[in-house]
Design a protein. Structure first.
Length: 631
């Protein structure tokens, strides 16, 4: 079998199209095999042993076993490098060969979201000289991973500035720093079925070298799907019975996201809108992209119609009287009733009762003091009917207006119906002018790239929340804090809407919090509580990422060996025994290996272990966590 691996590698190396950065690319090979790429199949048929292994002869017709080939190439024995060999020797390697449909993996960490919103960056620019390691755990490796976590580093921000909180209530908005999957599971303890709207702008997955969604899975797309599936499943549990979720996405994972939504949100409506967020366009292969998408997902039957702020110029008005065929009073008796309006303001006061058959009004408009009764009678005196029955017309009252035309009062219906269009085109959705520039003005030396337009997010939130002044809005891909900013803008109507923002990247302290804090100071409105997940193994990961050389890593390993929680597959003595081979690895592989030996169930301290002296949780943090989880 080992010879077959070597033969296949030597064969595949003959095709330059399968080589990326001077190495055969597993993902590319498998992708072409699954697509039955003609060039690849011809190449495989050259070698008799390969041909015998992966092709079956059926009455003179060769049939390629692409599934067997996929498994073979995806094996840890194929294209082994020194790092893989070292892991095998230590006993750390695993070999997951599950298909996407069977996958129950949990993806823990993701790279910079702001690096992947646009596809024009180079690979080096996307990395930004920072290393991010991402772990996929199989079900057997998971035990306390999703337990509620301890929070620490509490702060309160309001118009007076920063202070140390001594109480917590559900009236507080929140910004939480830490892994968003684990934060969601912690929030579930308190906010299950209480979030009115979730708005998220997750990391996109462009098919370019700038893609920083680079997990330890050669099937990049399936990993992205797993990553989103994990988070959406728990997020759904937080929604109120009429709650909704809005997900921004671009063309790269548009179709895949739609499939996930259908799978997870059964019984919900899903509508996709297009938002022109970059009128200048982003250069693509054949097209210059000016737009992105937003999926609106809410319970079937929920009405968002009429929430939009309608401009008078956008509406086409028509008479509420029915002029069509079968439009007379006798054709629908429950559609003949008076609409009563104020004579001075022309405001509709009420809808009168359905008229008895024997009742015949004396005119189209009956004036009684300061009110007018308007009937569905045409200019020739023929009794018609309203378009809507008495029992239905209340639902469209806000779409009606009364006008005096040539001495006759008419009731008109707005043809727009207040419904949102499926394409949003407005200068205020420009992500540069109302995203980047706004953040730059609020946060000096801002480094966050491609934030959403404030008004893009504002209108999305308003479409669901509307005039609900006590709604809670969650964003677990917090980014630069646009969602929090939009909620604060909405609250200028006197509302008490609350935001919950989750973000794990370091810019939460340099961009997200300063931005929200500045908005609160400028508007003298709002406040929020800041907290962080209490780090355990996560602290070692961050130390490893910041290490400068192998000696730094060896020092960190000594600390890990003494106090960290290791994977059950690791025996420290084996690592110490093979230290020379560890030193022979590249510096990046050394970092990667030390992160892999850590137990990912214990990245942060579990709430159930808050009193364990090993974690050194302060009495203040214990008190605040008690308040938080008892809300």
């Amino acid at each position: 079998m080992q010879d077959l691996y070597k033969e296949l590698i030597q064969l595949l190396e003959q095709d330059p199209a399968l080589i990326i950065e001077d190495k055969l690319n597993k993902a590319l090979i498998i992708d072409r095999a699954l697509k039955l790429d003609t060039a690849l199949l011809k190449l495989l048929l050259i070698n008799p042993n390969i041909k015998k292994q992966f092709f079956a002869d059926l009455d003179g017709v060769l049939v390629f076993d692409k599934i067997a080939f996929q498994r073979f190439v995806n094996s840890k024995m194929f294209l082994q490098d020194s790092y893989t060999q070292y892991k095998n020797k230590i006993g750390l390697s695993t070999d997951y060969e599950n298909y996407l449909t069977d996958s129950r993996e949990v993806v823990l960490v993701w790279p910079h979201k702001d690096c992947v919103l646009e596809g024009g960056q180079t690979k080096d620019d996307a990395k930004r000289n920072e290393i991010f390691y991402n772990t996929t755990l199989a079900p057997d490796d998971i035990d306390t991973l999703t337990s509620a976590k301890v929070l620490t580093n509490w702060k309160r921000y309001d118009k007076e500035g920063e202070s140390t909180p001594n109480k917590l209530t559900k009236k507080d908005s929140l910004v939480i720093k830490g892994n968003n999957l684990l934060t969601l599971h912690s929030l579930k303890e308190i906010y299950r079925n209480q979030i009115k709207l979730i708005y998220i702008d997750p990391p996109y997955n462009p098919d370019t070298n700038s893609n920083t969604f680079a997990y330890n899975n050669s099937f990049n797309e399936s990993t992205w799907l797993t990553f989103m599936k994990n988070r959406l499943e728990v997020a759904k549990q937080l929604l109120t019975i009429d709650g909704a979720i809005i997900i921004a996405i671009d063309e790269n994972e548009f179709l895949e996201l739609g499939i996930i939504i259908k799978e997870i949100f059964k019984g919900y409506e899903s509508h996709c809108i297009t938002i022109v967020h970059n009128p200048r366009g982003v250069q693509g292969t054949n097209f210059s992209y000016t737009h992105e998408y937003a999926f609106f997902v809410f319970p079937a039957g929920k009405k968002i119609v009429g929430n939009r702020k309608i401009e008078e110029a956008d509406i086409e008005w028509s008479n509420l009287r029915n002029w069509g065929s079968e439009s007379e009073r006798k054709d629908a008796k429950n559609c003949f009733y008076p609409i009563i309006v104020n004579k001075e303001t022309l405001e509709i006061i009420e809808f009168g009762e359905v008229c008895e058959d024997s009742f015949n009004p004396t005119s189209i408009n009956e004036i009684e003091g300061n009110t007018i009764k308007i009937y569905p009678i045409d200019g020739k005196g023929i009794q018609r009917k309203w378009r809507y029955a008495k029992q239905s017309v209340e639902d469209i009252k806000n779409l009606l207006r009364v006008r005096l035309k040539t001495g006759v009062y008419d009731v008109e219906l707005g043809k727009d119906f207040g419904q949102y269009k499926t394409v949003w085109v407005d200068n205020r959705y420009d992500a540069n002018q109302y995203g980047t520039q706004i953040v730059n003005e609020l946060v000096p030396n801002n480094t966050f790239k491609f934030p959403k337009s404030l008004w893009n997010v504002y209108d999305c939130i308003y479409s669901i929340v509307g005039k609900d002044k006590n709604a809670i809005i969650l964003d677990f891909f917090g980014g630069s804090g646009t969602t929090a900013h939009a909620v604060l803008e909405l609250n200028k109507d006197g509302g008490n809407r609350k935001f919950i923002i989750c973000e794990q990247m370091e810019y939460v302290e340099t961009v997200t919090v300063p931005r929200i804090k500045k908005v609160i100071e400028n508007n003298a409105i709002g406040s929020f509580i800041y907290a962080e997940l209490y780090k355990s193994n996560q602290q070692y990961i961050e130390d490893i990422e910041k290490a400068k050389n192998t000696n730094d890593l060896k020092t960190i390993w000594e600390q890990i060996e003494e106090t960290a929680f290791l994977s059950y597959r690791v025996l420290p003595q084996n690592i110490n025994k093979e230290i020379k081979e560890f030193e022979a690895l590249s510096f990046e592989d050394q970092q990667k290996f030390l992160i892999e030996v850590l137990d990912k169930n214990l990245l942060y301290v579990n709430k159930s272990e808050i009193n364990d002296v090993t974690h050194k949780v302060s009495e203040y943090d214990k008190e605040m966590n008690q308040l938080f989880y008892s809300m």
